[in-house]
Write a protein that binds this ligand. Structure first.
Ligand code: GLU
Ligand code: MG
Length: 482
């Protein structure tokens, strides 16, 4: 915990600024293992005190489920104990769609001021630092998808990706842009998505912790603007069972000394060896990572083929049906080269996502993992034909960091898959993903026992909570919770 005089002075300056802007309350948020953003709010006048000492909150929230019921894990549970939530003042933001309010994310410490072992944001920070120790900086960005409804229905008729939807909800979309802009969030694009009333906004990349903070800020901003328009924003993985869901795709690129390692190399589609190894680590770990990125039974209702949700454990150039989509960047924006993990959804805790993806990627780097051949087309339709000449992988390293698809690897990059051997489907259920998660030594080591076990306990409990329920019941129970 930072008790320094400088922190106190900065907090007093910020409090004065907030006061001048008629801000009365500061919402201090963190995201639990179920993916829900929890809050303690303080009056602006308490900011300097809280910046030093933190504000209390029980550790039991680490084992809360999506319906606010509570489970236990070996390290967390029960009514005892307390933690200190310490706001990150560098992210303090006056909320444009909530007059009178500001927001800051928190790190969590124990009462002695030591980092709390199960703090998700500190975990993400630790992993970013681990990458930095290897000279690698990650730039990341989450896409936010949501469905708007009025009184429980979608009265708008505008088609998928249609201008009509933007016209129908013109003031609303304008205010979303306005509020994000006023908060200093750089929006890259906003558009109607496939499902009725569905939108997506994507924002400029940031460091891993910053990207997760932005995911929270963007979502709460969209929620607030929606309410001001008499609308409800639904961020759950599925709104209508059997329909296209809300993804929470993660874009990432690796940088060293200001250079984007996703381009300018002699690996597949120009990626450097480091970039290839990192992505191979992520690809190989996807079955286990799903327990982080697709954390609730509703996630598996979304994870269906041919919905751009990326349910196959493969990668491809601009392939929206591959779990890992590689993007080379436009000729006029070569720095835009990046990879997108598509199988994750908006129920995921973004801090766990960024941290766990870094852990998996670094394991790939460590192992010198290589990517399998890229896949073109929708594996559900084509069986997943590999692209000749795309991959240059010289055989896969063993263990968790390999592609893990059971695919033949190639030393020449020209091999085609045998007929009928498409890429593997990612886990089809939360228990299946949990099994992979629980046998991942990489994730256990990175998360630490306390956080690892709390996540596993929440996943187990949510599996039990929804066992035997019909898909639409699961959708109804979760779509408005996140
Ligand atoms: N809504 C889709 C999903 O569930 C993603 C659509 C897109 O590619 O942006 O992931
Ligand atoms: Mg989208």
């Amino acid at each position: 915990m930072q008790h320094s005089d400088e922190t106190q002075r900065a907090a007093r300056r910020e409090a004065a600024r907030l006061d001048a802007e008629s801000v009365r309350g500061v919402a201090l948020t963190w995201v639990d293992n179920a993916g829900l953003t929890r809050v303690k709010a303080i009056p602006t006048g308490r900011l300097a005190h809280v910046a030093g000492r933190g504000v209390g909150m029980s550790p039991v929230f680490d084992v809360y489920l999506v319906d606010d019921s509570i489970t236990t894990s070996p390290h967390v549970g029960g009514p005892d104990g307390d933690l200190r939530l310490v706001p990150d003042l560098e992210r303090l933001t006056v909320l444009a769609a909530q007059p009178g309010w500001a927001w800051a994310p928190v790190d969590r410490y124990d009462q002695e001021g030591r980092p709390y072992a199960a703090c998700q944001r500190l975990f993400a920070r630790r992993m970013a630092r681990r990458a930095a120790d290897r000279g690698i900086e990650l730039r990341m960005g989450f896409e936010t998808e949501w469905v708007v409804q009025r009184d429980g229905t979608c009265p708008w008729t505008g088609p998928a990706y249609g201008m009509a939807r933007v016209v129908e909800l013109s003031d609303y979309v304008d205010e979303v842009l306005g509020a994000l802009g006023a908060q200093g969030v750089e929006v890259l694009q906003i558009h109607p998505e496939y499902a009725a009333g569905q939108f997506e906004v994507s924002v400029a990349p940031a460091d891993p912790v910053g990207a997760a903070d932005l995911a929270v800020l963007v979502r709460e901003t969209v929620r607030a603007v929606s309410l001001r328009h008499g609308l409800t924003a639904l961020f759950g993985p599925v709104v209508e069972a059997g329909g296209v869901g809300n993804g929470g795709h993660l874009h990432l690129s690796l940088w060293r000394e200001g250079r984007n390692l996703c381009r300018g190399g002699d690996g597949p589609f120009g990626m450097t060896g480091d970039s290839e190894s990192f992505l191979a680590g992520v690809l190989g770990a996807l079955p286990a990572l799903l327990a982080i990125g697709a954390p609730t039974p509703a996630s598996y209702l979304r994870l269906e083929p041919s919905r751009w949700a990326g349910v196959f454990q493969c990668w491809g150039l601009e392939n929206r049906e591959a779990a890992l989509r590689f993007i080379t960047g436009a000729p006029d924006d070569p720095d835009g080269a990046n990879a997108e993990v598509k199988c994750f959804d908006a129920a995921a805790n973004p801090y766990l996502v960024t941290g766990a993806v870094i852990a998996a990627g670094l394991a790939g780097l460590e192992a010198g993992a290589r990517l399998p051949a890229p896949v073109q087309g929708d594996p559900a339709v084509t069986g997943g034909a590999a692209v000749p000449g795309g991959a240059t992988g010289a055989g896969a390293a063993g263990g968790e960091a390999t592609g893990g698809t059971g695919e033949p690897r190639t030393g020449t990059g020209t091999a085609r898959r045998e007929a009928g051997t498409g890429p593997a489907r990612l886990p089809r259920s939360l228990p299946e993903a949990l099994e992979h998660f629980e046998s991942s030594e990489v994730l256990r080591e990175a998360l630490g026992d306390a956080l690892f076990e709390a996540i596993a306990a929440v996943r187990r409990a949510e599996s039990e909570l929804f066992a035997g329920r019909a898909p639409q019941q699961i959708a109804d129970a979760t779509r408005g919770r996140y």
